[in-house]
Design a binder for this molecule. Structure first.
Ligand SMILES: Nc1ncnc2c1ncn2[C@@H]1O[C@H](COP(=O)(O)OP(=O)(O)O)[C@@H](O)[C@H]1O
Ligand SMILES: [Mg+2]
Length: 350
């Protein structure tokens, strides 16, 4: 027997639905979950509490019709102005005064972010290794290039310079690669008051000029205050992420009506890199391209990992580095038609 009062003792949100899918009982925790009073919840269709989602609506319908025993899925709901991701379990009830029970849980943000922190630590170690390697490669590379130049000057047959040219140009390419690998450490972080939307606009302008066929939509939170950051690093990080999206949209198999959305939001009580922050800036870059290839998913933030012909695989690792220097992290979700990279930065007061 379920006694309705006992449900109020639970920390998880529980809703009991009638056969039409409307809420008949909402426990105390549901008021916090949805940021509304119980009076406002009762009588509402349960599905209306979540962002439109055909799969979720179907499980609610099936549960209410007594068709299914147990189904857990993820959904988005709103609490005030915040969009939050939750895990929803629908259970059909048999021989009870209600048709179905819905349980809603906050997804532990901790888990998501800790996974990323581990990745960040791992990437840090790799970078250290690569920087040392870059350093070791630099000197012999200079010698190699110099020797090829001397050789070129001495060649009896000008046709042979074709080969020395290859040596020199490849040495230059490696040199540039090595410079980029060593780059993040070079300059000290330049902290100043930053307006994130100015940075977004500059990135937009650059990417627009380079990829004319891609539409870039902006969805800015106008209430975003200025915060303390290094504008050139943020700009480079965002540019790398947006350019990747544009490149994926315009690659060999181009996406139809390609578009990118840049969305800014303020998140509250976020755990970033082992530290709890009262507020964080979230810049999401969303594209409707093919998605991150499955075989690269776990590795795209690692240096030299690329899925593109001619890619260096440095864009995301550098972007992650820069955001990390702000105490933040970049994470992503991807499926065909919807890829979202989120730059999450602690909002440091000025
Ligand atoms: N928006 C995106 N959609 C799909 N795949 C992406 C996206 N962004 C990055 N990737 C994948 O991650 C790889 C690594 O990106 P990056 O580190 O910038 O290196 P590069 O751009 O030189 O390949 C890309 O080659 C691509 O396969
Ligand atoms: Mg790139």
């Amino acid at each position: 027997m379920i006694t309705v009062e006992a449900l109020d003792l639970l920390a998880t949100t529980v809703l009991l639905l009638n056969p039409a899918g409307r809420i008949e009982v909402a426990n105390a925790a549901s008021e916090d979950m949805f940021g509304r009073s119980r009076r406002h919840l009762l009588g509402q269709p349960a599905a209306a509490l979540f962002e439109r989602d055909a799969a979720l609506e179907q499980s609610f319908r099936q549960a209410c019709a007594g068709e299914m025993s147990d189904c857990r899925q993820f959904a988005m709901t709103r609490r005030g102005f915040d969009a939050i991701e939750v895990a929803v379990t629908s259970v059909a009830l048999v021989n009870k005064p209600w048709a179905a029970l819905i349980e809603v849980k906050d997804i532990e943000q901790r888990i998501i972010v800790d996974r990323t922190s581990r990745l960040v630590d791992e990437v840090e170690t790799q970078h250290e290794l690569l920087r040392n390697l870059a350093h070791e490669v630099k000197n012999p590379l200079g010698g190699l290039r110099g020797a090829a130049q001397l050789l070129e000057a001495e060649l009896p047959d000008p046709a042979l310079t074709e080969y020395t040219r290859v040596i020199i140009s490849e040495a230059d390419r490696l040199q540039a690669l090595v410079d980029r690998l060593a780059a993040p450490q070079r300059m000290p972080v330049q902290w100043q008051a930053v307006n994130i939307h100015e940075i977004c606009e500059r990135v937009c302008a650059l990417v627009r000029a380079e990829f004319r066929e891609v539409a870039i939509l902006r969805d800015y939170d106008a209430s975003m205050p200025e915060f303390r950051a290094d504008p050139s690093r943020l700009m480079q990080a965002l540019l790398n992420v947006v350019r990747n999206a544009a490149q994926m949209l315009t690659q060999a198999v181009a996406t139809r009506s390609p578009h990118i959305t840049i969305r800014t939001r303020i998140a509250r009580q976020v755990l970033l890199r082992h530290k709890q922050h009262r507020m964080a800036v979230v810049v999401a870059v969303i594209d409707n391209g093919p998605g991150v290839p499955d075989n690269l998913r776990d590795r795209i933030f690692h240096p030299l990992v690329t899925g593109r012909d001619g890619g260096t695989g440095l864009g995301l690792s550098l972007a992650q580095d820069f955001v990390q220097q702000h105490g933040g992290v970049i994470e992503f979700d991807s499926k065909p038609g919807h890829t979202e990279f989120r730059l999450m930065l602690p909002m440091e007061p000025l």
